[in-house]
Design a protein. Structure first.
Length: 322
């Protein structure tokens, strides 16, 4: 690997868990992750469990956007739906007052971890988010914003005492993946055309990196899977960083993959094979805790606050086995 020429090529924010991501040119980050990333999620009304695109793939077509406000309108989260859905867009405040939109407090049960607190959101005007989302998804749901109680990340083999907060991410504040890694999976898919359900369309079809739901996309190592061996890094606008002892991020585990990346981010339709089956051919057994699952990308934590920009340089401070 050439770790001297790696740059950030894309930053993606996913305000509502499992919904469409938005590419941005720059983003603030804190210990919890990128600002507003997975700060909201959708829960089942009957048991408060989190709804994801693993169960309802059409969630990837819901489009949440962060909109700056004015003297007349507050900063808000605007949520829209496909034109043929019949569902109107709605808005909720980004930083609501408790009386304004957080009228009901619920405990959210998620991922077999400790209960996560959250608030059911009310719309700035018109029908409630609960009503509109329930109509679109075909089941009774609520939109929930993360409450103030810290939710700590689960420990990993490298970090058995991982004391870091997060929002509604699967487990960790951010996910990083390299463009070369996704290209390698696409190459494997093209080798498998005609077998195990890999269709002829993958001869020319591009595998969108957005399917893997990363926050940080990097490129420049000259080979795939550089993120597998990056353990500490600094990301900065300068190619040469004076303080070589500084690191702002650590990669704590590989990201094991389910069938969610098989969902087309444009149509919401799940492919029967790609990319899961190609990944199973050469990316299986890399995480001892889940040896039966393929891995792509790595989960990470921030160690300080700052701003990241597309084009920033990635300075690898330490390498090893993530």
């Amino acid at each position: 690997f050439d770790t001297s020429n790696i740059r950030v090529t894309k930053i993606l924010i996913h305000p509502i868990k499992s919904c469409k991501g938005t590419p941005v040119q720059q983003a603030r980050y804190t210990l919890e992750g990128f600002e507003y990333d997975r700060k909201w999620c959708i829960i089942h009304a009957h048991n408060n469990s989190v709804v994801t695109a693993r169960q309802l793939s059409k969630m990837v077509l819901i489009h949440p956007r962060i909109v700056s406000g004015s003297s007349l309108k507050p900063d808000r989260l605007e949520v829209s739906f496909p034109e043929n859905s019949g569902c109107e867009p709605f808005s909720v405040p980004l930083n609501p007052g408790e009386e304004e939109v957080c009228r009901l407090r619920r405990q959210v049960y998620y991922n077999l971890l400790k209960d996560i607190d959250g608030y059911i959101c009310e719309s700035l005007s018109g029908r409630s988010p609960s009503t509109i989302l329930s109509e679109y998804l075909g089941c009774s749901v609520h939109l929930v914003m993360k409450g103030p109680r810290p939710r700590l990340c689960p420990p990993t083999s490298r970090f058995p005492k991982l004391d870091v907060p997060s929002y509604f991410q699967d487990a960790y504040p951010f996910l990083i993946i390299s463009g070369e890694s996704v290209a390698a999976v696409q190459g494997k898919a093209r080798e498998m055309i005609g077998s195990q359900g890999v269709g002829e369309e993958w001869t020319e079809r591009e595998l969108e990196i957005e399917r893997f739901r990363p926050n940080i996309v990097i490129k420049g190592a000259g080979a795939p899977f550089v993120e597998d061996i990056m353990t500490e890094m600094t990301i900065a606008s300068e190619k040469q960083v004076v303080d070589r002892a500084t690191s702002l991020a650590r990669l704590v585990s590989k990201c094991t993959r389910c069938m969610l990346p098989n969902v087309d981010t444009v149509t919401g339709v799940r492919d029967n094979a790609v990319p899961f089956k190609p990944m199973m051919k050469f990316r299986k057994g890399l995480d001892p805790a889940r040896a039966d699952a393929p891995c792509l990308g790595c989960n990470g934590i921030f160690t300080k606050e700052g701003v990241m920009r597309v084009g920033d340089w990635v300075h690898v401070r330490q390498t090893g086995v993530v």
